[in-house]
Write a protein that binds this ligand. Structure first.
Ligand code: AHM
Ligand code: MG
Length: 335
């Protein structure tokens, strides 16, 4: 029998919205617009091998990295999908130094959107899965057009967050504080359909750790001791080097993802607002945790748009274990 009961992302979000009679619909529309942007980006990512979108541009982003063409493209797709709809007061993107204002000719709304348009882009030309990460906050500033205060909010105040992984299939995974839901793009109908309702980290988790071990010489004693301990406990290792993919596996299989501080990167590499906080919200909603090594990622009060943070996330007991090892060493980690 063919299944005729398909729950699309639109249907799911509308049904969630019905539980909140006070909802204005703006938030629902933001998710619809993000889903559209994701489909457009997925189409281009899938073509990356056959058309000339892989090559690097001359430009360097605010972190000093060479920007690849698909990064720019994904950034523009999201910006153009979101700037005119009247649902947002402002945006911030990993690819832009400053807050992105909504053009004066367009109306504004009650939410601020933070996004990393195409994370892991150094993996594009070797066919490794990459992703988009997003985070939505309610506007807190005075005046209609929003600004830095709307973006620099503690992770606990996120209204929604999630990611899209462009892999063997394209998946959109999000939370709005009522569990984590995963949707797979069915290319034959062009819709995201509910494939992973109420995702929770497996309990007990699989014994997997995920870290770039090439940096071990720069690690703290506590970090080194932690990884040695995991090895002695018969863990297995998995590291793709593409955050959304590493996180997605951690969410579905369980385990511990780490991007620690080290002597070369005392604040780690991953960015709080575009990477750590949104994935922390998803991890918590799936029953897991995310920590700097000494405090919850969700409790960091951001001070700048592009600040980075050490990151430990995944199965709750493994993040707890990491914190114990790091505390025993006494080397501070975190902002
Ligand atoms: P990007 O924002 O420049 O794409 O860099 C972020 C990526 C993440 O996807 C991944 O977790 C990390 O960088 C890997 O870094 P490293 O190569 O140092 O292990
Ligand atoms: Mg990134």
């Amino acid at each position: 029998m063919l299944d005729t009961h398909i729950v699309t992302l639109s249907r799911h979000v509308i049904e969630q919205e019905r539980r909140h009679p006070e909802a204005t619909g703006q938030f629902t529309n933001i998710l619809f617009d993000l889903a559209l942007a994701a489909k457009v980006i997925a189409r281009e990512v899938n073509k990356a091998g056959i058309v000339d979108v892989i090559g690097r541009t001359d430009q360097v982003n605010v972190h000093g990295e060479t920007v690849q063409k698909l990064d720019e493209y994904a950034d523009l797709v999201i910006l153009n999908a979101m700037d005119h709809t009247g649902n947002l007061c402002c945006m911030a993107s990993e690819e832009h130094e400053e807050v992105i204002a909504i053009p004066e000719r367009f109306p504004t709304g009650d939410y601020a959107l933070m996004y990393d348009p195409l994370d892991g882009s150094s993996n594009i030309d070797v066919n490794v899965s990459i992703g988009t990460i997003f985070s939505i906050h309610r506007k807190v500033s005075e005046g209609p057009r929003g600004g830095l205060d709307d973006c620099l909010q503690v992770g606990r105040r996120q209204i929604a967050a999630g990611y899209v992984v462009y892999g063997s299939s394209t998946m959109l995974v999000y939370t709005s504080g009522a569990g984590v839901h995963g949707f797979t793009l069915d290319p034959s109908i062009g819709e995201f359909v509910l494939s992973h309702p109420k995702v929770t980290l497996p309990d007990p988790p699989n014994r997997i750790y995920s870290v770039n071990e090439a940096y071990a010489p720069q690690w703290s004693e506590g970090q080194r001791a932690l990884v040695e301990h995991l090895k002695s406990e018969a863990y297995t290792g998995r590291y793709i080097g593409s955050l959304v993919s590493d996180f997605h596996r951690t969410l579905l299989r369980g385990g511990l993802f780490m991007y620690p501080a080290d002597t070369r990167k005392p604040q780690g590499k991953l960015r709080l607002l575009y990477e750590a906080a949104p994935l922390a919200f998803v991890a918590e909603q799936a029953g897991g945790r995310a920590s700097t090594g000494s405090m919850d990622i969700m409790d960091i009060e951001p001070t700048s748009l592009h600040q980075s943070t050490p990151l430990y996330m995944g199965s709750r007991e493994m993040v707890d274990l990491a914190e114990r090892f790091l505390a025993a060493d006494g080397t501070p980690s975190g902002p």
